[in-house]
Ligand binder design. Sequence first.
Ligand SMILES: Cc1ncc(COP(=O)(O)O)c(C=O)c1O
Length: 521
Amino acid sequence: MNVPIDRKSPVPLARQIQAQLERLIREGVLAPGLKLPASRDLARTLGVNRATVVLAYEELVAAGWARSHVGQGTFVLESVRPRVSAAAPVAPARTSRDGNGHGPAHAPINWAAFFSRSARIVESEAERRRALTPSISAEAGMISFAGGMPDSGLFPTDAFRRVLNDVVRDEGETLLQYYPVAGYPPLRRYLATYLLRFGLEVRPDDILIVNGSQQGFDLIARTFLDPGDAVAIEQPTYPRAMQVFRAFGAQLLGVPWTPVGPDVEALEGLLARRSPKLLYCQPTCHNPTGLTMSPETADRLLATAGRHQVPVIEDGFDASLYYGTRPPGPLKARDREGVVVYIGTFSKILFPGLRLGWLVAPPPVIERLAAAKQLADLHTSALLQAAVHRFCERRLLERHAARAAREYARRRTLLLESLRRRLSDDVTWTEPQGGFSMLLTLPDGMSANVLLTRALQRGVAFAPGAPFFLDGAGERTLRLSFSSVPSTRIDEGVRRLAEAIKDTRRQPRARSAERVTVPLV
Ligand SMILES: Cc1ncc(COP(=O)(O)O)c(C=O)c1O
């Protein structure tokens, strides 16, 4: 640690050091609970006497900014609340208060005036989302159907730690170096055979490893979209995909989702009037409905896209998490027209925290996507790619995915049974064939946001449906995710939800829910 001191100043050095540390604590640079450097080390760095630093630390403790423990050191007090000013960040403030008398020469810079158009779109999207979606705090005892993510209680963490150790030991020197953007070749080869089991024939060279599907959306948007372009997108759909396309200045055109996939006639009509650059869809285990596109719809959709020459972006939820009898193949496996770019991810079948996914596209497209990725982040962690490859090679993925799918299927069945038993006929829901969630529709006139207030009071949470729709539709809908709720809690969660619906019938208006953050995954 270094702090500015002025040896010519009449202010004693210990006082200067104390004032600088106090400022860094006040501004949150030195976080609550942080251990300050040993007095000997700081004295050496600053070129002062150790006694000077000891004195500065004692003053800091006496002034209530730090605490010291004999034999352990001096720590920033946990209860300090840093004061961070957006307009005047840390650096300019330093000169004004360092005792040297040099204040900033100009008014603080107005950062907002410099934000790009894209950054401004992202912010207004976030504002719109905040308005549409009350936030949810995870209180003790709360049963949350809100987060559409895998259950971390099922994670094969120990097995992953072992493969991680093994690859560091065996290939550490290569894996910790910069790495080619396309990805770890053995993983790409593995993926080519893995995808074959779902009927998708691809060469390893047609695969680009990315940091999760989310980076896939970003690279696709960068590669295909100019501001003002249109993107056709299923309604409802995954909000973060909509956000990315919008951030690149695209206009979104909704295609209604039916129980067997997007409404192809509506798509035809749309393509006759408009020329979207892309069509984004989730044919398998669609988030939020959990439904899957029928083979007939898939063929019609591909024929339509081929006829109108519209690339289709397939956000592929892994069919390993399909709970019906015959898992559907990816759309790309039926793609004779060669219009589909496929996005896959390890987030659902393994760990979302890996940030590991892949894109499959024809050679000229994969080259452009790889160039965009190189600009963005050079490459995805080779270490994690190799660890996942080792994990898969040892057939641990298959074992884990089968176990997880059994458990999620059980939770899904329990949820469906409980909903049937406890909810009245004017509440309807989709019957998910896979994935993590379902979409529920409330009776006429009932708002999911109002219901959320009541539900939180009853100790149950869900994600309101509006963010999954364009422009505020879906107010009567909500998403229930069953993947992270232990089977022993599902029926109790539905009981609370049913009570909250009764409360809302009695009192259909309410203040909007207290602040909670609903994870939009
Ligand atoms: C439909 C859909 N696509 C993409 C993602 C993001 O996945 P990833 O973690 O691979 O970025 C999610 C996350 O829940 C999702 O539901």
